[in-house]
Design a protein around this ligand. Structure first.
Ligand SMILES: [Zn+2]
Length: 90
């Protein structure tokens, strides 16, 4: 494999194109700088909102997105487990 960089996951997030949009252009889905999905219907206004879904792989090249994020996620999950365990003993 060559070292060709994927614009999508290595470039600045402001250069990311919408992942999808509808024909009228009033609904679109983007990947934000923290690798979470955002869509143009922010909030809980619609059932199909993808807002806040975490993306683990670049949708364009398939590269795993930052190990650091994955580690943070693991730590968060572990903390929640510990918290749950503590609560169970109350
Ligand atoms: Zn990529």
């Amino acid at each position: 494999m060559n070292e060709e960089k994927c614009e999508y996951c290595t470039g600045h997030d402001s250069k990311r194109k919408p992942l999808m949009k509808n024909s009228t252009g009033n609904y679109l889905v983007i990947l934000n700088s923290c690798n979470y999905l955002e869509d143009s219907v922010v909030g809980n206004s619609v059932e199909y909102s993808l807002f806040g879904e975490k993306i683990r792989f670049c949708p364009m090249c398939g590269r795993p997105l930052t190990d650091r994020d994955i580690i943070t996620e693991m730590i968060t999950a572990r903390k929640q487990e510990i918290k749950k365990g503590v609560n169970n003993h109350e």
